[in-house]
Design a protein around this ligand. Sequence first.
Ligand code: CTP
Length: 385
Amino acid sequence: MKKALVIGGSNGIGLGVCAALCRRGFEVTIFDKEAPRQELLPAPCAYEACDLRFLSEEQFAPWAEDPALELLFISAGFGRVADFEDHHPAEIRAMMEVNASAPLRLLRVFYPRLLGQERFYCGIMGSIAGLLSSPMAAVYAASKAAVCRFAESVNIELEEKGSPNRILNVSPGSFRGSRFYGGENEPALLEGLAEQITESLFAGQTLLIPDYEKTYRGVLERYQADPHGFGLSSYAYKQASGRAQPGKKLVIGYLSGTFDLFHVGHLNLLRRARAQCDYLIVGVHRSGAWKGKETFIPFEDRMAVVGGCRWVDKVVPSCAEDSDAWALWHFDRLFVGSDYQGTERFRRYEAFFRDKGVEIVYFPYTQSTSSTMIRNRIRNSQQKE
Ligand code: CTP
């Protein structure tokens, strides 16, 4: 059976495209950071977890080699109508990563298929915002402009290399039926657009701007005739429309530890924590004395090792208590290994954080290792010598 991948297919237009592909006899696999709601899931559709903030090319390499795979559609992305100063650096990084950098890296994995003579259908969500100036959505527009210019440029390379394949840039303005603007998934409202996208894919088109003749031809012409005037009126329009979503909060995560003899249990904890927040702050204890334990690696070195880990955004000296650290960092989630669940300390924290909107997340303790286990193993081997 012919197969298709839809990246970001659990919601909105991605989900609509999945349904359209299923109707055309494709077996679709959805990659998304959240699972699709079962009742909305068209058949035959499978789901695999994938967060584009942390794309791993290896996850997709076997798919790129599967000759039954005929189609890739990348729909994942997010945006926000807000002034630039309202964007936290972590949000800028995530938006550029999810909307632009990861999709390009993904397309690189499948590029040999695009270069080949066999038909390989490929599409990506751009946006009308990527084709003109978009004040109050500057970061989103920058990420989508990257996608639009990329598709336009690489399609020329494909043509020059004699490939029959092209990348379809789907660049809509606002549309109804997706959760993008805060509403709910309404597949019925998206069916027409999803059909248009699939038809354009199979026709080998390079650009689809839905509602072009009715609306966006005029919009683009106004922009091209006077980009500055267009930008000013666009800003005024967005101000007046009440669509601004200022101060939308990121999820700030915090955890603390000694991190002596850094091991995979530490790494698992940091990775899981980062997957559940947008910005991870890690407090490092000066020593293990508070647990009655000796530390072998100096404090500054432990700070450097933890700070060098890709899952950590900021490393700080820990406070005596995680509840004291909250006054400094105002985190939304506190992460810890399950070995602390039910301890006097964490019962106290649960009471302390109850009215502060802070969620305590316990992750499974990695049983195979700990700093104490490593310390004991070294001691035992020294005694034997
Ligand atoms: N952690 C974990 N799995 C492990 C070890 C630690 O999930 N195998 C978690 C702890 O629950 C804690 C964090 O890592 O939230 C930092 O703990 P730390 O005190 O540095 O780790 P340990 O290796 O447990 O240290 P020690 O053996 O010295 O107590």
